[in-house]
Design a protein around this ligand. Structure first.
Ligand code: UD1
Ligand code: CA
Length: 460
């Protein structure tokens, strides 16, 4: 039975934000979500999140998850925060105590901590790191045989203690009963007048229990994000991890530094991602695609062999072997079937574009159901809005829509019909018909010559 307590009641003042610190995002999900995922992948089945500062916002954001919350009304320290949670915890088993802002900790690291904790039969195991610049962190105090004696906070440390490089990550593995027992004995007689969770280590030692450390290999994993500079460090590190994962599974990323891929994005092998692309949310991309440069895909589903250049696709799907862009904009609800071509300055919204259809340039397709092999020429507008309501347009298979056509919805153009350039369609077009609705052309012979000679005569 593995549980976790996640401390997230602090104000996060240094973020200088109206948003609670732990809700700031790193690679598309909140910092606390990263911590929850790491703990889950280490086997945690149940978590209590300690909330305080902007408690409701944090609770709201995490409402889709099966979590318990403990409210810490006053910020009296990390030990006090943990006390609020232990009431909602069973007395037996193992408890991880984590912070909501240590975004970069890996599931494998927490799993290693737990394994070591169990092997050593410890009451508490502290996740530590050795830093060249340990300033600000609690220092790990050990005896000459390397046994853990306790943790001293920077503000309470003497000169010798401050010279210690091994620091407390703020993440721990506890025996549940020992945690509860030691929290009862916490006092706040320190320089900050706080109940320090770190003091539980010395208390458990005093009770004759085993306490130990588990040192992390990559110190970056313990980075607690306190300000926007550290937020960007977390973002860069996470981004590089995600890009590396995709590259190692067969995706070419031309310029990883200029490519942002959200943590939940899926990409199949032999797809190439060109620089400047941002792939977000629940986007999934099939094999052999070419994405970018400068493609923005958010919750997009893309089939095999499709190319999406300098274009934006939001909440939409694109089939196989399609060509999108440059400069196309696919807004929510667009379903683009296989082999479709949408070129520059084509905007599609809440519409289906059937297999093999083309809109090569400058068109607006809104609220339309378009069949197969339809040609939509330059300047076509699906007139879907009457100032109050949106209406749909239906276009059958093998239809040709000429340049500068307006299709005023609701309207239908049946299979194999042609609509002549410049036509405004307001009534149904029958199957196989030519629809032409424009005034006839008239040529006035020698009109220019007459005009200028008249003006010349008037001037005289
Ligand atoms: C803490 C540790 C320190 C460690 C460091 C690692 C203590 C006393 N010190 O120090 O040894 O090196 O983390 O980053 O634990 N929180 C609450 N309620 C509170 C106070 C804090 O929920 O009353 C939460 C914060 O939101 C944060 C976490 O606990 O997520 C850590 O608190 P913080 O104030 O950052 O602790 P540090 O002083 O950095
Ligand atoms: Ca901190």
């Amino acid at each position: 039975m593995l549980k976790a307590i996640i401390l997230a009641a602090g104000a996060g003042t240094r973020m200088k934000s109206k948003k609670p610190k732990v809700l700031h995002e790193v690679c598309g999900i909140s910092m606390i979500e990263h911590v929850l995922r790491a703990s889950e992948s280490a086997g945690v089945s149940d978590s209590v999140v300690v909330i305080g500062h902007q408690a409701e916002a944090v609770r709201q954001e995490l409402s889709g998850r099966n979590l318990k919350f403990a409210l810490q009304l006053e910020r009296l320290g990390t030990g006090h925060a943990a006390m609020q949670a232990t009431g909602k915890m069973p007395d037996q088993g193992t408890v991880l105590v984590l912070c909501g802002d240590t975004t970069l900790v890996r599931g494998e690291t927490l799993a290693g901590l737990i394994r070591h904790h169990n092997e050593e039969k410890n009451s508490v195991t502290v996740l530590t790191a050795s830093l060249d610049e340990p300033f600000g962190y609690g220092r790990i105090i050990k005896d000459c045989e390397g046994n853990l004696l306790g943790i001293v906070e920077e503000k309470d440390a003497d000169e010798d203690e401050r010279a210690i490089k091994e620091i407390n990550s703020g993440m721990y593995c506890f025996d549940a009963a020992s945690l509860k027992e030691s929290l009862k004995d916490l006092e706040n007689g320190n320089s900050q007048g706080e109940y320090y969770l770190t003091d539980t280590v010395g208390i458990l030692r005093g009770l004759g229990k085993r306490a130990g450390t588990y040192e992390i290999e990559d110190p970056l994993e313990i980075l607690g994000v306190n300000n926007r500079v550290q937020l960007s460090t977390a973002e860069q590190t996470m981004k590089s991890r995600i890009n590396t994962r995709h590259m190692l599974s067969g995706v070419t990323i031309m310029s990883p530094a200029d490519t942002t891929i959200g943590i939940d994005v899926k990409i199949e092998p032999d797809t190439v991602v060109f620089p400047g692309s941002q792939l977000k949310g629940a986007t999934s991309i099939g094999p052999d695609c070419e994405i970018g440069p400068y493609a923005i895909l958010e919750n997009a589903k893309v089939g095999a062999g499709t190319a999406i250049r300098q274009s934006t696709v939001v909440d939409s799907s694109v089939g196989k072997d399609a060509k999108i862009g440059p400069y196309a904009y696919l807004r929510p609800g667009s379903i683009i079937e296989n082999n479709v071509k949408l070129g520059d300055f084509v905007e599609v919204k809440n519409s289906t574009v059937g297999e093999g259809s083309k809109a090569s340039h400058l068109a607006y397709i809104g609220d339309a159901d378009i069949g197969k092999r339809v040609n939509i020429s330059c300047g076509v507008v699906f007139v879907n809005y009457d100032g109050k309501n949106k209406h749909r347009t239906k276009v059958g298979d093998d239809v040709f829509i000429g340049c500068n056509v307006n299709l005023v919805a609701p309207v239908i153009v049946n299979n194999k019909a042609y609509v002549a350039a410049g036509t405004t369609v307001t009534e149904a077009v029958p199957e196989g018909a030519l629809c032409i609705g424009r005034s006839r052309q008239e040529n006035k012979e020698k009109w220019v010559e007459r005009k200028w000679s008249a003006e010349y005569n008037a001037d005289k």
